[in-house]
Design a protein around this ligand. Sequence first.
Ligand code: ANZ
Length: 959
Amino acid sequence: MSETNPAVTGAAVDAAPHRYTAAVAAEIEARWQDFWDVEGTYAAPNPSGDLAGDPELAARPKKFIMDMFPYPSGAGLHVGHPLGYIATDVFARFQRMTGHNVLHTLGFDAFGLPAEQHAVATGEHPRITTEAAINNMKSQLRRLGLGHDKRRSFATIDPDYYKWTQWIFLQIFNSWYDDEANRARPIAELVAQFESGERALPDGGSWSALSAAERAEVLGEYRLAYASDAPVNWCPGLGTVLANEEVTADGRSERGNFPVFKAKLRQWNMRITAYADRLLDDLNELDWPEAIKLQQRNWIGRSEGARVDFPIDGENITVFTTRPDTLFGASYMVLAPEHPLVEKFTPQEWPEGTRDVWTGGHATPAEAVAAYRAQAASKSDVERQAEAKDKTGVFIGSYATNPVNGDRIPVFVADYVLMGYGTGAIMAVPCGDQRDFEFARAFELPIRAIVEPTDGRGTDTSTWEGAFGSYDAKIINSSGDGVSLDGLGVVEAKARITEWLERSGVGRGTVNFRLRDWLFSRQRYWGEPFPIVYDEDGVAHSLPESMLPLELPEVEDYSPRTFDPDDADTRPETPLSRNEDWVNVTLDLGDGRGPRAYRRETNTMPNWAGSCWYELRYLDPHNSEKLVDPEIERYWMGPSEGRPHGGVDLYVGGAEHAVLHLLYARFWSKVLFDLGHVSSAEPFHKLFNQGMIQAFVYRDSRGFPVTAVEVEERDGAYYHQGEKVSRLLGKMGKSLKNSVTPESICAEYGADTLRLYEMAMGPLDVSRPWDTRAVVGQFRLLQRLWRNVVDEATGEVTVVDTEPGEDTLRALHKAIDGVRQDLEGMRFNTAIAKVTELNNHLTKVGGPVSRSVAEALVLLVAPLAPHVAEELWRKLGHTDSVVHRDFPVADPAYVVDEAVTCVVQIKGKVKARLEVSPAISDEELEKVALGDEKVVAALAGAPIRKVIVRAPKLVNIVT
Ligand code: ANZ
C-alpha cells in the first residue's frame, strides 16, 4: 500500500504545497458535494414544473437512467457494490452535458429477510435496523459524489410508498384478463357481462341466483390476483411457503437449505400466465442482452402442440405432445406417478399377457404402483428428469387405445413424466424421443419407425442405438382411418393431424407454457400487508383507497412459527395472525353494506412486490393523489420511436435478476398499462448487466479464509502470519475476509480516484479482480491533470491564452471525439485511456497549457471525476458548475489522420497509389498493399518473390 508514498499522503507538501493529495481531494469533494446538495444540481425537471416554463429545457430529449436499487444490508457497501452506480452516474453526467434532461436517483428495496431475522432474534423492530442501514448506505454513497436527484429517493418500507404497492395489488385483484381483447379489464366489466347474460357462467345458471360467496368464487377464477388452495412449496424449517424460484434444484430452500414439501394451502397468486404470450412477444422490442432474453424465453417456455385423448375404459387420458405428427408411433403411455387417474385404472390383477419386466416383481398392479409412487416421491423434479439415469417405471395393469389406429397400448407410471407440466401424461414415441426410446428398450416395448431416417441407419429399429429426431425427415408408416401422414414433412404433418384430431373430436391444437402463476403470499411480518379483509362468509373484500396505506401493526413477536424441518404435515402460522386487535376489525368499506365485522388477511406480500414498480414512483415520488401523474409518466417513460412499449432508457444491474424481478416488473407494467394507469407497457427498455468485482480469497491449510490485507507476498507465494496460504479469485465479502470498503479507498485517494479506478478496470460487463495496489495509477492521472492547470508550488493557475500547436490540437480533438463515442457506448475504460493519453501528451509537450485545451480537458473528465473537474473549472475562472456545461465537440478537421500517399510498384512499375496513415508500420503497409484491388489485378496470381517496404511511402513487389 502507499502509506509511505509522499505524493499520496501529502508529505511532500513542503516542496509542493498545492499538489493534488488525498487531503486536497477530501476537502474538494466534501465542498462540492455540499454545493450540489444546496444548489439542487441534480434535480430533474418535470413536465408540469420546470419544463412548462422553459421552452428550451422542454425541447431537450430525456434520459431516465436507473440502477437496480439496493437492499440496505447492515454490512454496508464494499467496493464491488457501487460499480454499477458509478457507471450509471458517469453515463448520466455525460447525458446531461450532451443536451438531455436526465432523471437519475436511487431508492432502497428495504423489505427483506435479514432485518426480519434480526428482529426475530433480538425483538428489535426491523424498521429500526433497516433505517440505520439505509442511513449508513446513504452516507457511503454520498461520499462517491453520485449525481442523484435526492428529492426522488424513497424506501419500499415507507408507508407513503407501500400505500401504492397495496393500491396496485387492488388494481390487479379487481381485474381479469379478457382473452378476446387480449388485455386486462376491470372486474366490474366482467360482472356486468355476467349480469346481462352477455357472458355465460362457467356452469350455466344465472348470476342473480348466486349467493355472494358463490359469486366471489366465480370471480376468483378470473381475477388476476386470486386466492387458491393450490399445492405450494411449504418449508417447515423456515415456517413459510416459497415461490418455485426460491427452491433449489434438489428441493430445498434457497435460503437456509431446509427441505421443501408440496402442501395444499390457501395462498394468494398472481395470474402472470395470462400474460405469457405478451411477455414473450414484447421481449423482441427490448434492448436487452440476448442471454437474459433467452433465460426469460426459457422460463416462459412456450411449446406449440396438441392435446390428444386416449380412450381407456370408457374414459380418456389426455396427453400433451409437441409432436402430434408422431401419433402413429405411440406404442405405450406414461402417467406421472401423482396423476389422479392412476388409481382408477389400476386393476386387482395383472391382465393376460403382462410381461415380467413390466411388474417390477410385484404380485398385483396396486402393489407395484404403490411401491413405485413411494420411490418417486423421494426424488426432486430435476433428479427425475436427469438425462443420463436409467429409466424406471411399472405397468399399471391397463391398456388405452391409440385414437389414430385403434392400437391397444399399455399404460405405465414412470417418474420421467412430471405432474406439473402439460397434462402429466404422455404418449410415448420411442422412435422419436430419446427418453421413450430408452424406456422402450428397458421394458421390451415396440419401437415403430415412423420417419425415414436421413442418416442411413434404415428403418429396422432393432439395430438402432437411439431415437431418431429430425425435423427434415419424411413421415412413414402413418396411415389410418381417414388420415395419412405418409410422405409429409414434420410441419405439414403436424398441421394435418391437428386438423384431423379436431375434426374427429379426439384432440385440439394447444400452446403449453412452462410458466406458472406467481405465488404471492408469505408467512412473514416484514412485508406489505394485503389490503384485503374477509367477511363472515370468507369472501375477500378490497379495502377502499381511503384506508390505504394499511400499515403494519406493532407486534411482540416477529417470528413465523417454524417447525421440525422434516415434518411435512405442519402448516404455517403467520406473525400477523397472533395480533387479534389488528386482525378482527369493524369497518365500513363504503360498499353500501355499512359497518361490519371483518378479519384481515394475515399473510404479507413477497419481497419482490416493492421492486415491481419503483421506476414509476421515482417520477412523481410525493404524489398523494395518484400513483404517478400521467403527463410525467408519459414524458419519462412513454413509447417513442423505435420503442413501441416505452420504458426506462437505461437500467443497470446484475444478471442474477434475469427471471424473477425482471419478469414480475414486466407483468405489473402490463397490467397497469392495460388498465390505463401508465402509457408504457414495459418498465425497462434498455438493460445492461455489469460484471462483478472479484477479489482474491486467501485460505489457510484448513481451508478457512484469512484476512486478505494481512497477507504478504514473497517470491510468488502468499503468507499469513508466517503460514503459507492459498490464493484464489472469488467474491468479495465479509465472510471471505477480503472486503475493501469505499471509505478506505476514499480516505487514501479520494472518491474521484475510486471512481476512475472502477471505471478503468475493464469493460463494464466483464468481471474483474480488485487490486488495491493498482488504484494509485488513477490517482497519479488526477495529479498530472491537476499539474497541467495548477502550479504545485504557488497554487496559481498556469494556463495561457495563446493557441495550442497543431500537434496538441490533433491530440485534443482526437481525444474529444474518442471520449464522446466511448461514453455514449458505455466504454468507460477506453474513455479513460484516451483522457490519459491526452494528459500525457500535454505533460510531454511541457510548458503552460492553452486555456482552451485545459478547459476542454476538464470537461472531458467531468463525468468521470466530477469533483476535481468542478474545482479546476472554478480555478479556471468560471462561476457555474460543470454539470450542466456542454460536452466538448471535436473539430473533424483535426480528427482525421493526416494521410500520405504510398506508391506501390510491381517490378519497378507504379501500379497503385494508396492513402495511408503516416504512422503505418511496414507489416501493416505490406498487408494493405497486397490486399489492394489494383495490385491483386496487376499481379494476376503471379508468385511473389520478394516485397520491399519503406513505410509509409513505398512498396516494391518483385515477382
Ligand atoms: C410425443 C413426442 C414425440 C414428444 C417426439 C417429443 C418427441 P416441451 O418441448 O418441453 O414442451 N412431455 C409432455 N408432458 C410431459 C410431462 N409432464 N413430463 C415429461 N415429459 C412430458 O416437451 C413436450 C414433450 O415432452 C411432449 O411431446 C411429450 O413428449 C413430453 F418425437 O410427445 B412428446
